[in-house]
Design a protein around this ligand. Sequence first.
Ligand code: PLP
Length: 681
Amino acid sequence: MHNHIYLDANATSPVLPAAVAASAAAMATCFGNPSSSHAAGLRARTLLEQTRACARRVLGARRGKLMFTSGATEGIQTAVLSALVAVRERRAAGQPCGDLLLYGATEHKAVPESLAHWNRVLGAGLELRALPVDASGRHRLDVLAELAPRAAFVATMAANNETGVVSDLEGIAAVLRGAGGQALWMVDCVQALGKLPLALDDSAIDYAPFSGHKLYAPKGVGMLYVREGAPYTPLMCGGGQEAGLRSGTENMSGIAALGAVLAALEQGDTFRTHAQLAAYRERLVQALRVAFPGIEFNVPLEHALPTTINFSVPPLSSKDLLDLFDAAGVCVSAGSACSAAKAAPSYVLEAMGLPLGRSGAAVRLSFGPLADDAFVDAACERILRCGRALAADMLVPSSLCGDGTTGLLQLAAEGRCGWLLFDSPTRECVAIDPPAALAARLASLLPGHGYRLRAVLGTGADPDGVAAARHALGQAAPWPEQDEMVGLPDGRTVRAIRLGGRWLARVAHPNGASTGYLYGEVRDGVLAAAQLRYAFVGAGMPLVGLAGPRTLACGAADGAVLPCLFEESPSVAAGCADLDLVAAERLLSEYPDALLIDVRERAEHLAGGVPLRSRKALNVPLSRLAEHLPHWLQDPALPGTAQPLLFFCRSGNRSARAAATLRRLGYAHAWHLSGGVALAG
Ligand code: PLP
């Protein structure tokens, strides 16, 4: 990771060197149990209490409880449990306590999940209600004013982890005060520490959880502030540590590290000021605008932390952008780290009313207050590199096979699959079964590269999707008007259009169920089987007599991911193509002619090359594999004698599919780097 620019500080941060040192010292020399009464214990207790005292000064919390926890999720549980137990007791005593558990619609999932959990476990029977936010991500104070008289508990974060939106805590406090103040109020301060001024004593906040790993302390340590007089129930009981508030022997190495961060905050000589951070953000925003001219910022910057930027670049998806940034060695994320594994659009942006196209395409870029000029320079340079890579022509036909004029791009989205067949000299193309989800993408990609779309063709496998794509691409006709007749080897005569030096002929299934498209050269008025390159067909289309041994069948809209030859080679279909880094390097040194192939998209490849053993890699994006297959398959070399192909990509998924395809087609010497360059780097 040495060469990476880490711009995902809202997910977690690196550890401050002083915190590493403090943690190591606590383990090496101050390892005593703070509950012990001997000298070693007393030294540990002194460290614990000094850290607490420092935290109190930094948070402006001279009064109230301040305990160390394992992180914010624990702090949130403890606050919710304390509040719900108090509500039950008040209700049992006949006191007014409200019947609503209100939480901001953009809260971290730890909040609504904990509320639902403890409400159920305690049988409290309260109603959970999300407090809506407006288009700028701030809580709707008018709705809060309406609901506050019924609220037993209110949770409103100080700053949002996905968007950086800073809440109007004073406004919320005023509304709660106006409603009589019966509700207990929790403010998740995780993203605020070190970035916003905090004065907890002067506020009406009852509970404030904090997390160490969002501000240069290690994971597994946090704090919970509880206002003086606010109800409290321990989540964990046992040895009575933390004055009985939170049992369990203290995480002294974590607390020592957190102490170093708090000391740095107090001294004020380590972290950047708000104004400096805002200036850094401005520079990053400018670089993003230059790199991605169509960028849309999802949050008004004046309402956000100066360290968070949330944006979309239509028509690119979050995944396209994350892959591109990753290739350039920049770590960013699509939203919260907890939901990174789920492909769902961001619920935070949805709550702000952003359309699906933007909430599903968002990228979060966040940095910490330790950033400096050199870091921001390097980040801007990488962002600009991403922009240059994206602007490069993606529709360049392979020079490996044929005459380097025709290209074939696989269009895969949402389980659907189609094809874009393009001719570079004439700048003409046709789309076959394009998934509707990619229509907007094609609409901007094709004119951007000077291509004219001649037709959107359908095989019948996904008529609705093709109709939607035709509509979005402004192509009403199912087949172009200027066509001619060509012969087929079986004696039929069918309609065909010229694309560059070859022809695309339309053939109907004998029972009329589907349509196929055959692409190849016409000799003496006939599209000869030996010259047929691609057959775009739905399931069941008979091709006997039409296709030759080198024809590739490109499956249409049926989820088929890659084309296949008509005769698969069972002899090498099985076999594991996975190579770890050591085995991959051995293969490259044993076979000097082995070809290293980067199957990431062209923009990713241009954004950051990842040579193995200083070997230059050829770029064949997985979406263009079909175009290159004829080259590798033209010589049906015996297994073991062919040129070894070593595929790689970012994580190993795409390269595994490339190697599996080659093997399925009989190419035994196809391998891939398992784990991808993410592990190799
Ligand atoms: N609250 C917010 C706003 C967060 O960003 C996070 C972490 O992602 C949490 C709570 C949970 O914190 P922890 O990882 O310390 O449990």
